[in-house]
Design a protein around this ligand. Structure first.
Ligand code: MSP
Length: 689
């Protein structure tokens, strides 16, 4: 375990111009998952979110709705808070820019900025005249060359910008260019992903302009003391929240601890507001002689039909509808697993249902219920004794899960360390896919080990107990490691294993926390399968495994859609739905396929079948059983020692009663198979792409 760190992390504060949508939830869930992962690793974390309530735009919307502006803000802020409760977001503080603590903090920041001298020797704040194109929705001036013509439209909102001339207070950002460049290039301000860092550096290279920090024509805001008819510019007001919330105005202990002396000050932001966070904000703090942020992660946009999800573009998705249908855990899992956090990605209901059914209902949900059902049946519903030592039978599970020495995933660290390293770098999809590769391996282990066969032989009881203990322990650890993303499911799994209720603690990341002899409560389905007519999953969903303890997760109808369950898919050995000849796949679709070089170690005919052979193939780090329909073209002997191409991540299927964990690729010539091969020697396990 690394040393205990003190960490501060924030989301943007969201405008109350409308109720939240999944774009807002995306950032907030990501920040919450990191905060949970960090607390689970033993660090001290302060996690801040809130609402941005001032400005012309909000004043106008409240007026259009015929509401008092503050009452309107109260209403929408409450909707944000309620959504965070539903989504299990556990922030430490919710700051509103209409809070008194915020107003006092902004005034203190202003006092310090007005007293400051910029690096060029001039005052950091000055009075000046501004004339330019102003977008009231962005609450920002736009460069003429940014506008969309005709109509001087804002490039983000596609609405007309207003020509605005004002006498305002200005902040001398231009004088901070060299300092900012140095901060960013040295990574003292780490901007991620790297592409965004380059973008910010290029903005600095093009020359920074001073920006105005007050508005003469806006009333809904914090008045500037020297000029009460002016209010602070919304971005000056909004950015300050990150320190005002901690009691900056009073130099409160929380401010000193979590901001000034913190080991990391991290802002999660969407990519569109990176300049404010990486240029305006650090420079303002520098002028006020306050510590500056150490890390800004600008994530990609959630799109629908290729367009940014936003009220303005009109393609909103109701987050409550998704939570009602699938639950908060599935919501959190989907958004953090489906896209890469730094990139834009497109939301579809089909992808949601597909991931839910494949990853949560089939893979994880089934694994948990199979393991617990086996304990109920074969060990009287009690946690088996803890195995004394590592031996061959443990398939390296303990070693992989806890050892710091095993070369896991080429990082040289244990699974726990590898997963948490991914959380730390905000690679949520990477953390989850690593965990789910273990979910898959454990499901396969059950099939290979066939504990129901062991249960028939009283002599094998000790081995059966050891196997079940290790299986349960591995699942428990996966549930704990997935808890930052799926807190409810994680805690339910722990409860079903007879462990005390409540969130897991750092010690729960160690192997061997199950209590032998503990009686397990009844098994409940974690993620009931969803059947939706018209929304078909991406891959064949029906798993055919001979495990008598496996029960397919019960189907749950989806409200508002036809709920008739779709007929079970055809047997794997006959046909599978083919895409239309014209259907094209993207490189991402192709990347879902795991093709590997496999060395045939043994081959034999399957009794009663003319076409099928049972192969044992070596994949470098494991041996797999494959059933392949190539017996009419190849004798078993001719295959031994041959290298073939294997689809390694195909769901297990049963052909003529024999389990197959993958598929060998071959061409078909006059109905006979011709195997794919290589024209140089390639080691088993090598990826084929
Ligand atoms: N109030 C400002 C932020 C001030 S922070 C000092 C603001 N508010 S906002 O309501 O427009 O929220 C913007 C943020 O919400 C984005 O930066 C991002 O974190 C999140 N998202 C809103 N729509 C989003 C998507 N479609 N996709 C991903 N995130 C999105 O800007």
């Amino acid at each position: 375990m690394t040393a205990r760190r003190t960490l501060y992390q924030t989301t943007p504060i969201y405008y109350v111009n409308d109720v939240p949508h999944p774009g807002h939830a995306y950032t907030t869930i990501a920040a919450d998952a990191l905060a949970r992962a960090r607390r689970l690793s033993g660090h001290r974390v302060f996690f801040l979110t809130g609402t941005d309530e001032h400005g012309q735009n909000i004043e106008r919307i409240a007026r259009e709705k015929g509401k008092d502006t503050q009452a309107y803000c109260d209403e929408i802020a409450a909707v944000f808070k309620a959504l965070w409760v539903r989504l299990d977001v556990e922030y430490d503080r919710f700051i509103r820019t209409t809070d008194e603590i915020h107003r006092r903090g902004v005034l203190e920041l202003w006092r310090r900025m007005t007293a400051a001298t910029a690096p060029d020797g001039q005052s950091a704040i000055y009075r000046g005249k501004y004339a330019g194109w102003y977008c009231p929705r962005c609450e920002a001036f736009k460069d003429e060359d940014e506008l969309k013509e005709p109509g001087h439209l804002c490039p983000d909102h596609e609405r007309p910008c207003e020509w605005t001339e004002e006498e305002n207070y200005f902040f001398r950002l231009s004088a901070y260019s060299d300092w900012l460049k140095d901060e960013i290039e040295s990574d003292r301000l780490l901007i991620e992903p790297a592409g965004r860092r380059n973008e910010v550096l290029s903005v600095i290279r093009q020359g920074l302009k001073d920006f105005s920090v007050s508005r003469a024509r806006v009333k809904w805001g914090i008045p500037v003391p020297e000029e009460p008819a002016h209010v602070f510019y919304v971005w000056m007001d909004a950015l300050s929240n990150y320190v005002t919330a901690l009691g900056f105005a009073d130099d409160a202990p929380e401010f000193r601890e979590f901001w000034q002396k913190s080991d990391e000050r991290l802002h999660f932001v969407g990519k569109e507001i990176i300049r404010f966070h990486c240029l305006y904000w650090p420079a303002m703090l520098r002028a006020a002689d306050v510590a500056t942020p150490t890390r800004v992660f600008a994530h990609g946009w959630l799109t629908k039909g290729g367009k940014k999800l936003s009220k303005t573009t009109g393609n909103v998705i109701d987050p409550d509808r998704l939570i009602d249908r699938y639950g908060a855990d599935a919501f959190r899992y989907f958004f953090l697993r489906e896209g890469s956090f730094g990139q834009d990605w497109d939301f579809t209901d089909e992808a949601f249902v597909s991931r839910y059914n494949s990853d949560l209902a089939n893979d994880f949900g089934n694994l948990v219920s199979r393991a617990l059902t086996m304990v109920a049946r074969f060990n009287e519903g009690k946690v088996p004794p803890r195995p004394g030592s590592l031996d061959e039978g443990d398939v390296g599970l303990e070693v992989r899960f806890q050892s710091e020495k095993v070369d896991w995933d080429a990082t040289g660290s244990s699974l726990v360390a590898a997963v948490f390293a991914r959380y730390e770098s905000l690679d949520y999809a990477g953390a989850l896919s690593l965990l789910w590769s273990w979910v898959g391996q454990l499901n396969q282990r059950i099939v290979v080990q066939a504990p129901w066969e062991m249960a028939k032989d009283p002599g094998q009881r000790p081995e059966l107990g050891q196997f079940l203990y290790r299986l349960l322990e591995a699942i428990r650890l996966i549930a704990v490691m997935a808890w930052p993303v799926m807190p409810k499911a994680g805690e339910r799994v722990l409860a079903m294993m007879g462990l005390p209720p409540g969130p897991p603690a750092p010690d729960d990341l160690k192997w061997g926390r199950l209590v032998p002899g503990a009686t397990l409560p009844p098994v409940e389905a974690l993620f009931p399968r969803i059947e939706v007519t018209g929304v078909e999953p991406r891959a064949p969903r029906e798993k055919k495994v001979s495990d008598p303890t496996e029960r397919p997760a019960a189907a749950a109808p989806v409200p508002g859609t036809a709920s008739a369950p779709s007929p079970a898919g055809p047997p794997a050995e006959t046909t599978q739905a083919q895409p239309p000849a014209s259907a094209l796949i993207t490189i991402d679709d192709f990347a879902k396929m795991e093709l590997r070089v496999a060395l045939v170690k043994s081959a034999e005919k399957i009794p009663g079948s003319k076409k099928l052979l049972k192969l044992q193939v070596d994949l470098g780090d494991e041996t797999r059983q494959i059933v392949s329909g190539i017996a009419d073209a190849y004798t078993p002997e001719s295959l031994v020692g041959r290298k073939v191409v294997l689809v390694a991540n195909l769901k297990p299927a049963k052909l003529m009663g024999v389990e197959s964990f993958g598929m060998v690729l071959a061409a078909s010539l006059d109905g006979k198979a011709v195997l794919c091969g290589f024209d140089a020697d390639v080691p088993p396990g090598t990826k084929v792409k």
